[in-house]
Write a protein that binds this ligand. Structure first.
Ligand SMILES: Cc1cc2nc3c(=O)[nH]c(=O)nc-3n(C[C@H](O)[C@H](O)[C@H](O)COP(=O)(O)OP(=O)(O)OC[C@H]3O[C@@H](n4cnc5c(N)ncnc54)[C@H](O)[C@@H]3O)c2cc1C
Length: 475
């Protein structure tokens, strides 16, 4: 019996056969996240998991972690795999820990507005559950239809509502987490490690299994809005003034880009969002919005159209139909650099002959989350690789102008040293304390590893991508 046979039979003994799969088709599915992998990735990493495990409880996760430690097998936590930075892609096989089976909404404390859920609950289920109550979520991601609560705790935690209520981490009271050695801890603002140390750790420090979330009371009125502009600069200035003079729940600015050329929309940019407050405040804010939009020569679309756009806010990726693939990156950027960055994205799109669309979600008066998307075609491997280099070029410039990547995972790992060196030191310190065997999601975020556990230097990776970008001119 080989080590892996022994490991597998012990895993099945401890958990039960129904929670464990070695089916080769399933392994293929679990070898990637929602983004298509350029072919060269298969040469560098072993992206095929050895086994997929579907725990149903914190105790199951503990058992799996303990066994993984005994046999020194990597464990890759996975929610719905909607995060496109490669965080759930194995780099040296191992165990995929599919957490979507931990999907119970455990308890709503009606009096204090605190909701306890398991990590694999999908946001849409939370939203639906709360409809029957007097509470609502302060913030949720635009991937709410499929992504999990634990997945958002492990990644950025900025989404709809963050502009008004702050990021996800500010709206969580406590979490239960399993550490890489199998210990279970309860984490809050005052614990060691604290919530803010573990939030956004991209699945390399712990597995979140249970979370208690703060709710906000439902507002008396909700008023979605949408305004079209004939140029992006005006839309941006108007949006900044809206941020200064009103208190929107969310504000999202989009260039029409290829949507316009393909669908014949008559304006260059639009923003949409929502006010939620008491009736009078909502009405007053809407009046202010109207005068700002007029001043910048835009126009507010009728209320039913604005409501439709708001209701469609979860379908960002519908634009994929024009691809068939999309490539992009996400970063946080100072608001006063948005215009330069949008122009740069257009310029890159032109150089690479790729259509580009940019989305900007404001998170405060000073900062925004920017999401440029380039249309491409993964069925043409060489050209697809060339296009992949564009995601790196965009980040190079975003960091130069004071931005930082929104996530690192597998694809952006070289940027942490440049953009957030102190955060990297802190993560490295915690990683060596909590996971000395480097078993939880290895080869991500703070450094990559290729086949045989060899480190992939960030500089080499960056130089390779720069070379690919230059080569695109001749291919
Ligand atoms: C259309 C679309 C819209 C999006 N909008 C937003 C948005 O508004 N805001 C935003 O922040 N992101 C957004 N994203 C990115 C992504 O959906 C979010 O990061 C989401 O929270 C990921 O959840 P998931 O369950 O899919 O996690 P996965 O993709 O499965 O995992 C992401 C990372 O977290 C780790 N992980 C997953 N679950 C756990 C856990 N329980 N414990 C520890 N580690 C874990 C994984 O190892 C991986 O590294 C969007 C993506 C798409 C496709």
């Amino acid at each position: 019996m080989t080590t892996s046979d022994k490991f597998l039979s012990e895993l099945i003994n401890r958990l039960g056969q129904e929670y464990v799969s070695v089916d080769s088709l399933e392994k293929l599915v679990y070898a990637h996240d929602f983004a298509a992998l350029p072919k060269f990735v298969k040469l560098l990493f072993n992206t095929t998991p050895d086994v997929i495990v579907r725990p149903k409880s914190t105790e199951h996760v503990t058992e799996i972690m303990k066994l993984a430690n005994e046999y020194k097998i990597p464990v890759i936590p996975r929610g719905s795999a909607t995060w496109g930075f490669g965080g759930t892609v194995p780099v040296k096989g191992g165990i995929i820990l599919d957490l979507t089976g931990l999907n119970r909404i455990i308890h709503l404390d009606e009096k204090n507005g605190l909701l306890t859920v398991e990590c694999g609950v999908v946001w849409e289920d939370v939203i639906r559950f709360l409809r029957k109550t007097c509470w609502e979520l302060p913030t949720y991601p635009s991937s709410a239809l499929s992504s999990t609560v634990g997945g958002w705790a492990a990644t950025g935690g900025i989404g709809y509502g963050s502009l008004k209520y702050g990021p996800f981490v500010k709206n969580v009271v406590k979490v239960t987490a399993v550490l890489p050695d199998g210990r279970v801890i309860v984490v809050d603002d005052n614990s060691d490690p604290s919530l803010s140390q573990l939030f956004g750790s991209e699945g390399i420090l712990c597995v979140f299994t249970e979370l208690t979330l703060k709710m906000v009371p439902k507002n008396e009125a909700e008023m979605p809005f949408m305004a079209n502009f004939s140029n992006f600069a005006n839309a941006l200035m108007a949006a900044q003034e809206v941020l200064r003079l009103t208190r929107p729940h969310s504000l999202v600015l989009r260039t029409f880009g290829f949507v316009r050329t393909k669908d014949y929309v008559e304006s260059d940019a639009y923003f949409f969002g929502c006010f939620n407050d008491n009736r009078r405040d909502v009405y007053e804010q809407y009046l202010k919005l109207d005068s700002i939009v007029n001043r910048y020569r835009g126009y507010l679309v009728p209320e039913d159209e604005a409501r439709r756009e708001w209701e469609e806010r979860f379908y960002t990726l519908r634009i994929k139909k024009w691809g068939p693939s999309i490539l992009g990156n996400e970063f946080i950027i100072p608001v006063h650099k948005i215009l330069d960055m949008v122009r740069y994205c257009w310029q890159l799109g032109n150089q690479a002959h790729l259509d580009v669309e940019v989305e900007v979600m404001f998170i405060s008066k000073d900062e925004a989350l920017m999401f440029p998307l380039f249309l491409c075609d993964e069925r043409k491997p060489i050209r697809y690789l060339m296009s992949a280099a564009i995601a790196k070029k965009v980040l190079d410039v975003a960091i130069k102008v004071g931005g930082r990547p929104y996530g690192y995972g597998l694809w952006n790992f070289p940027f942490m040293e440049i953009a957030e060196p102190e955060k990297k030191r802190e993560l490295e310190r915690m990683k060596s304390t909590l996971d000395s065997q480097n078993l939880l999601n290895p080869g991500k975020t703070i450094g990559a590893e290729v086949m045989l556990g060899l480190p992939l230097p960030g500089k080499l990776y960056s130089t390779f991508m720069d070379g690919v970008w230059v080569l695109r001119k001749v291919i």
